[in-house]
Write a protein that binds this ligand. Sequence first.
Ligand SMILES: Nc1ncnc2c1ncn2[C@@H]1O[C@H](COP(=O)(O)OP(=O)(O)OP(=O)(O)O)[C@@H](O)[C@H]1O
Ligand SMILES: [Mg+2]
Length: 302
Amino acid sequence: MTDTRFLEISQVSKTFETKKGPQTVVEGFDLRIAEGEFVSVVGHSGCGKSTVLSMVAGLASPTHGGIVLAGREVTEPGPDRGVVFQAPCLLPWMTALENVLLGIDQVKPRATKKEKRDIAAHYLGLVGLGEALDKRPAELSQGMRQRVGLARAFALAPKCLLLDEPFGMLDSITRMELQEVLLGIWAEHRITAVMVTHDVDEAILLSDRVVLMTNGPHAHVGEIVSVPFERPRDRHVLLEDSAFYEVRERLIGFLEGQGHHGPPPSTPGNGSVTLPASPVVADITEPPDVELLPPVAGVCVR
Ligand SMILES: Nc1ncnc2c1ncn2[C@@H]1O[C@H](COP(=O)(O)OP(=O)(O)OP(=O)(O)O)[C@@H](O)[C@H]1O
Ligand SMILES: [Mg+2]
């Protein structure tokens, strides 16, 4: 049976010591995630999304509260959590295959060289890099590097996947391709996933639930929205479904209600539309003419 409390983030707070004194960025953040669930975290820039994710990753420790993954308290980073950031941090002198192998060495120290190579090649194949195993990062495009990052995370066979704006630096076409790659591998492995994103449509396409964070300081879970669509999902089908626009409206409505206290909205380099300053959302309660839309609308909130 699925463990509905597989990942427990209990009343977590994080206070940073700054020149201006202690700053409590996150306070009373509380969330339970079921095994195999895909949850997105959305909120305005600077509210504390990465802070929460880095505590789950074990890269930072909560000031108060605790995090338990599969019955074990998170106190440090570990290979049971595969982490994917905006940029994949590959070692430049190693090939794609060697970069993925690094993680496998950690989790399967007793496997033979061939077994490890097969695992790395398998995941690189799944992300579409079967022909680029021996290429170094400098020979790969940004999208290809991010694919290596995804392969590296999946190859760990982690209990939980933590993604912090994994496609934030990619153009919209590459972003869509990699969303499909992620959806495909996730559907096969059903790894519990927590993804931070600014892209409301991406959150709906990929997630079972979307967690909306209030603005900081003292940010916490403001609202949780369940995404009602069956899997496997097809973005084109979603765009024709009025329920998609209802969910989207609810997410954007929450974010607009929070106002915006961070940096001014900017158009990200991925071609997505940027909200929330504009009143664009007022028009999206009804499905627009799908023919006029790009394949994914990619409404982003900063
Ligand atoms: N090590 C640190 N020391 C002091 N303040 C920090 C530290 N790390 C983060 N902060 C502050 O905590 C707040 C939340 O930062 P965080 O990076 O978690 O936001 P975010 O929601 O991920 O933003 P974005 O969407 O822009 O990535 C910000 O005000 C940031 O300046
Ligand atoms: Mg962040």
